[in-house]
Design a protein around this ligand. Structure first.
Ligand SMILES: Cc1ncc(COP(=O)(O)O)c(C=O)c1O
Length: 367
């Protein structure tokens, strides 16, 4: 076993699980958790064991219906997290080249490195609103690239990729025999109009997602991979080495959740919309930051004009009981990520505190 594999861990997850909490927590990125009482469910239909073999057919059909694909293209996995791990494990061998956007969600990079990828990067730039630029991909793609990895919407910025850019990247990747892995967990938040998955842009697209971020259903761990059927079959077999068989009661609850997905979508939309309005009120034009507002998604990723972001985050927590995610977890240490997904009252108060802390910080750090 290599040393890097032995010590593999995610600094971001450690932060998220152990150090991101605060009275006013703006460090989240997924719609506030549902409780069981938010779901209409039939207790008498729940059970511990069931007919799951390579997936539970009613759940594969429900996910397929939600995404407009055939059930044989769906691989169920424990959240987008396991979906990403499983997809990557099936898409490249150790030592093969993987081209990953920068900045990105840290776990994608961590998982690729853990699986032995030779990682290359292409840039998404703050100055361009973190747009997905096919020319950047083209400049960094090589004949050896096996997979191009993208998040859409982008984590940390929430920038939405255009269909044309994605299609062009698909063609570029096809030119060298590569696939495009798109983590669409935040795309689930787009309902007006509903987002079309990039899976439909070509058979070299592989998509991962889950019910976590848009619906507050992280606890069901209902994630999936969309892939062409032969590849999907290979992933199912590979999954026998990982989690083998899912938790059946969660499969049943996931089917019931998808049956009432519109109600859950409305809950998430209302929360994000109210929080985005509060964010615009509190932060737009604030002199202490430069901020790209994507107008969609669950987070924003401002750049602090003055001073050290890690020190500012500490000051914000100590003096204003408010947390955000330091940009160092996203390879952008001058930025910080603000979540728009928590309770509306708490978020409004947290954003007000953030705005006040930024003003005081600006004075403190003036040259
Ligand atoms: C881009 C991205 N993918 C995947 C995940 C994990 O999602 P899940 O809870 O479905 O495993 C996250 C969580 O923050 C994320 O930001």
């Amino acid at each position: 076993m290599s040393l890097s594999r032995w010590y593999a861990h995610s600094e971001y997850m450690e932060f998220s699980k152990l150090r991101s909490g605060a009275t006013f927590n703006l460090a989240t990125s997924g719609v506030m958790n549902c409780s069981l009482s938010d779901l209409t469910f039939r207790l008498e239909e729940l059970d511990i064991n069931g007919p799951t073999i390579y997936g539970y057919a009613p759940l594969l059909e429900a996910i397929a219906g939600l995404k407009g694909v055939k059930p044989e293209c769906v691989v169920h996995a424990a959240g987008t997290s396991m979906a990403n791990h499983l997809a990557m494990a099936a898409l490249f061998a150790p030592g093969e080249e993987v081209l990953i956007e920068e900045p990105t969600y840290g776990l994608l990079l961590d998982a690729a490195q853990y699986l032995g990828a030779k990682v290359r990067r292409f840039q998404r730039r703050f100055e361009d609103g973190y747009a997905l630029d096919p020319a950047e991909v083209a400049a960094n793609l090589t004949a050896e690239t096996r997979v191009v990895v993208i998040t859409n919407m982008h984590n940390p910025s929430s920038a939405l990729a255009g269909e044309e850019s994605l299609r062009t990247i698909g063609e570029l990747a096809r030119g060298v025999g590569a696939r495009v892995l798109v983590d669409e967990v935040y795309l689930e938040c787009l309902h007006h109009p509903p987002a079309t998955s990039s899976f439909h842009l070509g058979d070299n697209f592989v998509v991962t997602s889950s019910l976590t971020k848009a619906y507050g259903l992280s606890g069901l761990r209902c994630g999936w991979i969309l892939a062409e059927p032969t590849l999907a079959e290979r992933m199912w077999r590979l999954n026998d080495l990982f989690s083998a068989t899912p938790v059946h009661i969660a499969e049943l609850l996931s089917v019931m959740a998808i049956e009432q997905i519109e109600k859950l979508a409305r809950r998430g939309d209302a929360l994000i919309e109210a929080n985005r309005m509060a964010m615009v009120e509190a932060l737009s034009g604030h002199p202490a930051i430069e901020c790209f507002n994507p107008g969609v998604g669950t987070t924003i990723f401002p750049r602090l004009r003055q001073g050290d972001v890690a020190a500012f985050c500490e000051f914000l927590r100590d003096e204003y009981e408010t947390s955000v995610v330091p940009g160092s977890y996203f390879e952008r240490p001058r930025h910080f990520r603000v979540g728009l997904t928590a309770d509306v009252e708490m978020t409004r108060e947290g954003l007000g505190r953030l705005a006040r802390a930024l003003s005081v910080w600006q004075e403190k750090t003036r040259d």
